[in-house]
Design a protein around this ligand. Structure first.
Ligand code: AMP
Length: 449
């Protein structure tokens, strides 16, 4: 375990000590780790809706799905995101394998996807290679509203081509997904250009010179950033830092003609696609691998605090991971944050978990029949529950009501003896007697009428 990474086992042990003391005699009741959460059925309904839009928009634009492992060799992330990035310096869940190799739970998707692109020789495929993923990510962040240690991201990457049209198309796609989910009007798109790696180097040098004799006026965090990555000072929320930043050299004065033209073209294309955006010179993104276009999707009311997504161009990343030069552009959106917005906007996802039939029964014979009817209905493609337990008919009908089933099929002892059942419309409260012969067909017909 390295010093600057999170030790899952250690943390777990420390946090549980108090609780264990008070419950010496009782078996311990376990809870999720801090910053981790169970994804309960309500979350899944939202998640399904988000996945649907992600898949739909991905397919529409020729993307294929990829899933990289939950863990990678630590270098995959430390080398690509940069040692000075917040993610690498303090947010990675890193552990040592039995053989002493450092492994990290993925904190973001792009590095792993690029590793896979190189490992599988995808440069030999027709370019660009367009991949999307929707998966959990892990960061040892301080948990708070919208900030978890395990969270989920939808991610799109276009590898093997540099064209301003790709940048614009992906920003457009991120906006379309938010439109599908009904929250596009709650976000602002912020864009900036970081220029080429060379432009950035020169600019960082200029920032180092500028802050050299002013560093004592910078916040502690920015003083550290001055040493590791002065670009990140532009990101600072500290007011004094911001005043100094306003006087500091501007990145746009260091951009090559090529980078300037590229950025102008991206903006032109965004206008052509009617995507509203704000230019934000302070937007640098936290990771080292970005160049040229970067963008973020901000919460209109909270700005960068609760960003919904972000991404950009990363033309130098493949080489950092031992591959041949491969341009790339990608973005990620946070599922939990999207869900937060959907809830605030009163958007309710449609659930496919609706129960069509509840089968209630009394007696051993009734139970056998109920079992058969329930499973037959399922085989015919409808949702049915029942044939369980030994509760009274009243209690079962309560269960039927709670299950949200449209119809209850009631198999009382007398009905079963007479080869009959009661079919009750749970919405209208009406019921009728039907024959047990071909009962599945009868009830499905009623449902469809
Ligand atoms: P980033 O690459 O850090 O900008 O992350 C992309 C998106 O992932 C963010 O805009 C958030 O929506 C989401 N995200 C990042 N970190 C977290 C976290 N700790 N908890 C929840 N969502 C997160």
């Amino acid at each position: 375990m390295t010093d600057n990474t999170a030790d899952i086992t250690e943390k777990n042990t420390l946090e549980n000590t108090e609780e264990e003391k008070t419950q010496e005699s009782k078996p311990k009741k376990f809870q999720t780790l801090r910053g981790f959460q169970d994804l309960l059925p309500e979350f899944q309904d939202y998640y399904t809706m988000i996945k649907k839009s992600v898949r739909h928009r991905g397919r529409q634009s020729g993307f294929k799905r990829i899933t990289t492992p939950i863990m990678e060799e630590t270098g995959v992330f430390s080398r690509s995101l940069g040692e000075s990035s917040d993610v690498v310096s303090k947010e990675m869940f890193t552990m040592e394998s039995r053989s002493g190799k450092l492994m990290t739970l993925k904190p973001e998707a792009t590095a792993g996807i690029m590793r896979a692109y190189i490992e599988h020789g995808m440069h030999t495929l027709p370019q660009p290679v367009q991949l999307y993923s929707i998966e959990p990510q892990f960061r040892y962040d301080r948990p708070q509203k919208g900030r978890f240690r395990q969270f989920h991201q939808a991610n799109f990457e276009v590898l093997g081509i540099k064209d301003a049209s790709v940048d614009a198309q992906l920003i457009h796609m991120s906006y379309k997904i938010l439109e599908d989910l009904g929250i596009a009007d709650r976000v602002d798109i912020q864009i900036n250009t970081l220029g080429s790696a060379g432009n950035r180097e020169e600019y960082m040098e200029a920032l180092r010179d500028f802050f050299f004799d002013k560093s004592q006026h910078l916040s502690e965090e920015s003083q550290a950033r001055l040493k590791t990555n002065p670009l990140r000072i532009l990101d600072s929320k500290d007011e004094d830092d911001q005043i100094l930043v306003s006087m500091a050299p501007k990145l746009k004065d260091f951009l090559s003609e090529e980078s300037k033209n590229y950025y102008e073209t991206v903006k032109d294309y965004l206008h052509a696609l009617n995507i509203p955006f704000y230019e934000n010179e302070g937007l640098v993104r936290g990771l080292d691998y970005y160049c040229d276009t970067v963008f973020e999707i901000w919460d209109k009311s909270q700005g960068a605090q609760n960003a919904i997504g972000g991404g950009g161009r990363y033309d130098g990343l493949a080489e950092l991971l031992g591959g041949q030069p491969t341009p790339g552009f990608g973005f990620a959106m946070g599922v939990e944050r999207i869900i937060g917005h959907m809830k605030d906007a009163g958007i309710k996802p449609e659930s496919k978990d609706k129960v069509h039939f509840f089968v209630a029964q009394l007696g051993e014979e009734g139970k056998k029949k109920a079992l058969k009817i329930t499973t037959n209905i399922r085989d015919l493609g409808y949702n049915a529950i029942g044939g369980m337990g030994k509760s009274s008919m009243k209690a079962q009908l309560k269960m039927a009501d709670r299950s949200g089933a449209r119809w209850a099929i009631i198999l009382g002892e007398i009905e079963v003896r007479e080869n009959k059942a009661i079919l009750r419309d749970m919405h209208l409260g009406k019921q009728e007697i039907i024959s047990l012969d071909n009962i599945e067909q009868t009830v499905i017909e009623r449902l469809n009428n």
